[in-house]
Design a protein around this ligand. Structure first.
Ligand code: IPM
Ligand code: MG
Length: 358
């Protein structure tokens, strides 16, 4: 029996609701597969923990997480704690020291779900966005001086390193190579940002030479929003900086039907540290506690987690189960225009996983 150690960090808001659902799904996958088991340890870190202890996680939190094979993360963010505290105190406090530099965001129009773009169906929109996840605009460099005075000044410095750009480009080209179209679009803004983004472009061209079988092109980020909207079928794999990909992945999620189904993997591809899997949607306090959060993004993130653990067959089965569930509009939560509850969708998924013909 293969055993995998999973740390679950439900976090804030609907994070607790969707991770509870996701753990049920993973457990069902393990039982159905029969070849592996998941040892799950839950951590109550997040904004409530912060209100009790003054930190989002304990001082030795990273050392605690280090031996795990993967982290299953819900969301952080609370109405009464500043967003930069929750983000830097937990999510980025894990992503950055664990060098989870490749953030992978697949986007597809799942069965039963429609795109807000007229005439666009599943065959027209099948993307993977690769987000640089360790530096760029989220490097955390900068500061504030003369606080409160009229001459107050703040800087927010983007960092682009040769090593950091080269590794994300290699990751993106290698991923594009595994997909049928072998097509990569490199997003940039080197017309306006003439240092970091020009280095980004140069390294893209250098790395492209290592992947002669991958077609690639370059898009300015503003024009990219137009191409995603008007010519979605012209795109496949996409690589962008931390902030550009943050914005483009929300657009992608909306074009594919709902942020409620969008998954993500924060990968340390060399596996020196555990990788982290989470829905993109965030804590969503407006619907917290109502039992209507869409668990599909967390299920899909769970499939990425299983894939990362080497449980490819179980990951594929979970994806088939997700598609069977979304295909039936009775399983759509309010973000998809339906009335289903988190529990109803989860029960439908568990039935699908257990079904003989899956
Ligand atoms: C995401 C989210 C986060 C980000 C937020 C919660 C800070 O929007 O994962 O895309 O910007 O990285
Ligand atoms: Mg975002």
């Amino acid at each position: 029996m293969r055993r995998h150690k999973i740390a679950s960090i439900p976090g804030d808001g609907i994070g607790t609701e969707v991770i509870a659902a996701g753990l049920q799904a993973l457990d069902a996958c393990a039982r159905r597969d029969g070849g592996f088991a998941l040892d799950v340890t839950a951590f109550d870190w997040g904004s409530d923990y912060y209100k009790r202890h003054g930190t989002m996680m304990p001082a030795d939190g990273l050392a605690t997480l280090r031996p795990f094979d993967a982290i299953y993360f819900g969301a952080v963010g609370a109405p009464d704690v500043p967003d930069h505290v929750t983000l830097w105190g937990l999510r980025l406090a894990i992503c950055q020291p664990f060098d989870q530099y490749a953030n992978v965001r697949p986007t597809r129009i799942l069965p039963g779900i429609s795109s807000p773009l007229a005439g666009v169906t599943a065959k027209d929109l099948d993307w993977v966005i690769v987000r640089e996840n360790s530096e760029g605009e989220y490097a955390g460099q900068g500061g504030r001086s003369h606080k409160g005075l009229p001459e107050e000044v703040a800087t927010e410095v983007s960092i682009f390193t040769r090593a950091g750009v080269a590794r994300i480009m290699r990751f993106a080209f290698a991923l594009a190579r595994t997909r049928p179209r072998k097509l990569l679009t490199v997003v940039t803004k080197s017309n306006a940002q003439r240092h970091g983004m020009v280095l980004w472009d140069e390294i893209a061209a250098e790395v492209a030479a290592e992947f002669p079988d991958v077609r690639w092109d370059k898009m300015l980020v503003d024009a990219m929003t137009i191409r995603m909207t008007l010519k979605p079928a012209s795109l496949d794999t996409i690589v962008a900086t931390n902030l550009h990909a943050d914005i483009l992945s929300d657009l992608a999620a909306a074009l594919a039907g709902s942020i409620g189904v969008a998954p993500t993997a924060n990968l340390n591809p060399e596996r020196r540290f555990p990788s982290m899997f989470e829905p993109i949607h965030g804590s969503a306090f407006d619907i917290t506690g109502k039992g209507i959060a869409n668990p599909v993004a967390t299920f899909w993130s769970g499939a990425m987690l299983l894939e990362h653990l080497g449980e490819a067959a179980a990951a594929k089965r979970l994806m088939r189960a997700i598609e069977r569930v979304t295909a039936d509009k009775a399983n759509h939560t309010p973000d998809l225009g339906g009335t289903a509850t988190t529990k109803a969708v989860t029960d439908a998924l568990l039935r699908a996983i257990a079904a003989e013909n899956l």
